[in-house]
Each structure stands twice: as structure tokens, then as C-alpha cells.
Design a protein around this ligand. Structure first.
Ligand SMILES: [Zn+2]
Length: 308
């Protein structure tokens, strides 16, 4: 039978049912996030959460996929543009577009199967990764940068899959104390960093590919950790040499006793495991672990600081 997804059926048995049952979140809906939103809409993810508090302005139009000059004139919210883009492709998709900071949506995000961060700020990346580590959610981070001066600009970027117990953004040198301090000195603003549409597209497409490997069985071996470095001048994407070193060293930044919901109440039932029979084994395992960790942590660990 011909369906809109016939030509991606090679992704594996029940892959479309798995995608339809999966919940993916996109944090940041501008340059990178707009590409991700468009692609997950085409692929057929059933539940898509897009979070970004900002409205579009004229400086976003050169890279925000799906945006129009009319959106700029009426100062549309970026998440509304993303939702419109997805819905035009797949009206059945359950799209939740939130004009807010992700930190205020943690209850929704806790139940995601994968979260893709498309954020400029290193502090925001750090906080989002910490949230994902705490709740055992696979986190995919993308970022691009432009170095150099006139005539010698170098475009670089990275795509990282951050998984529990595996190298984190700090292990990989993507987030450093110096970067955090420099950003804090600017009151937390990442600033109007240089951005262009095509490297964002490469990075976002790679991130979506990793998400597909997590959710569908098209690769026999499940993913556990990835750090791909992108050289935008040569057009090459390759595993960073830092990844092997970080794997050997092990992550010390997210200890096991900092998992689970510090505000968890034993009287609250654990989140239902949705459509379990259609899930990929990795996603099913992660969700079961999350529920168990929340239950255990409520008994054995004192509450620690402010929840992320
Ligand atoms: Zn680490």
C-alpha cells in the first residue's frame, strides 16, 4: 500500500508507528531549530514540542526556514512559524508550540524520547544538558561558529549526542568554565553571533539523523555517544578526536546520585509508558529507567538544590 512514508519504510519494522508514537522536543526555533522542525514534520514524528520565547526579526530572515517577510512585519513568534511549517506537511502531527523558556516546561519535557537543543548560549546548553542527564533523556546538541577575520573566515560547528554516563559537553570541551564566565560577564547574552543558513542545515540534518537512529531500528547497533565536528570551509563532517579521549576518561560531571526528580512525590504515579509495544528498545529502556530512578531517588537521596 502506498503511503506518504512508503519510501522510508527501509527504516525498519514498525518504524512509522514508532515515529508516530515518539515525542521529540526542539529547543530554539531559529536557524538550526527551524531546519529540525521542518524535517521532523516531513519524517512523521507524531508528537513535536517546539520551545522558543522569541519573535522573528529582520536579522533572522536569512536563515529561519519557513519564515516570510510577512512574518517579520507582524513579528510572529518563531515557534508559530515552526508549527505552521510542520502542520502544512503533516496536519495530523501533535505540535505543541510554546512561546516560553524551556525551563518553565520541564514537566512536558520530562516525557520526551529525545531533545534537540539549537541554542547559542553556552549557559543554556549547559542547563539543558543537565536537565536531560537528570531525567535520562538523550540530548542532541548542535552549534555553529564563525572564526577569523575578513577574507579568512572559517565556519565550524558540532553535533553531539549526549547520553547518560557518556561524555558530556564539558568533557568534550564544548562548554568550558571560561566560556561560561565570559557569557556571564555579558549578563548571560550570547550576542548576535554570525550565522548562515547552509551550515545550520547540515548540522540540523545530522542531528535529525541521530534522532532517527535512536527512535527507529534502521541501524542494527544502538547509538550511545557521538561528537561530530563540522568544517564548513571544506564541507567535512568527522568524529572529533576529543571523543575517544573523553570516552576513555569517563564523565565526572553528572554523578549517578544526581538523577531523578528532586521534587518527586511518591504519592504521584510514575508517568505511564506510552505505546510501549511500538517503542525502540533503547527508548523503552530509558523510560523504564527514568521511572525507577525517580522512585528510588525519592527514598535514598536528600533534596539537592534547585531543580534544573
Ligand atoms: Zn562530562
Amino acid at each position: 500500500m502506498t503511503t506518504p512514508y512508503s519510501r522510508q519504510s527501509f527504516l525498519g519494522a514498525n518504524s512509522q508507528a514508532r515515529l508516530n508514537a515518539a515525542r521529540i522536543a526542539i529547543i530554539g526555533a531559529c536557524g538550526g531549530g527551524s531546519h529540525v522542525a521542518q524535517q521532523v514534520g516531513h519524517i512523521g514524528f507524531g508528537q513535536i514540542i517546539v520551545i522558543d520565547p522569541q519573535r522573528i526579526d529582520l536579522t533572522n530572515l536569512h536563515r529561519l526556514v519557513g519564515a516570510t517577510l510577512g512574518d517579520v512585519k507582524r513579528r510572529a513568534f518563531k515557534v508559530d512559524i515552526a508549527k505552521r511549517t510542520i502542520k502544512r506537511v503533516n496536519p495530523k502531527a501533535d505540535v505543541i508550540a510554546l512561546r516560553s523558556y524551556w525551563q518553565s516546561q520541564s514537566a512536558l519535557l520530562m516525557e520526551c524520547d529525545v531533545i534537540i537543543g539549537c541554542l547559542d548560549s553556552v549557559r543554556a546548553k549547559n542547563e539543558l544538558e543537565a536537565f536531560c542527564r537528570r531525567f535520562l533523556i538523550p540530548y542532541i546538541d548542535i552549534g555553529m561558529d564563525v572564526h577569523g577575520s575578513a577574507g579568512e573566515h572559517l565556519i565550524a560547528g558540532q553535533v553531539v549526542l549526549s547520553m547518560p554516563d557518556r561524555p558530556c559537553l564539558q568533557c568534550l570541551g564544548i562548554i568550558t568554565d571560561a566560556d561560561l564566565a565570559a557569557e556571564a560577564a555579558k549578563y548571560g547574552a550570547a550576542g548576535g553571533l554570525p550565522q548562515v543558513v547552509w551550515p545550520n542545515g547540515v548540522l540540523a540534518s545530522t542531528a535529525v539523523g541521530l534522532a532517527m537512529q535512536l527512535v527507529t531500528p534502521w541501524h542494527k547497533k544502538p547509538l550511545d555517544s557521538v561528537y561530530l565536528h563540522y568544517d564548513g570551509n571544506s564541507g567535512q563532517m568527522a568524529m572529533s578526536h576529543r571523543h575517544k579521549l573523553a570516552c576513555a576518561a569517563g564523565c565526572q560531571h553528572y554523578p549517578a546520585n544526581e538523577r531523578g526528580d528532586p521534587m518527586f512525590d511518591i504519592r504521584t504515579p510514575a508517568p505511564a509508558i506510552r505505546n510501549e509495544l511500538h517503542r525502540h528498545p533503547v527508548a523503552r529502556w530509558l523510560q523504564t529507567m527514568r521511572a525507577k530512578v525517580s522512585t528510588v531517588m525519592a527514598h535514598v537521596s536528600p533534596r539537592r538544590g534547585t531543580p534544573t
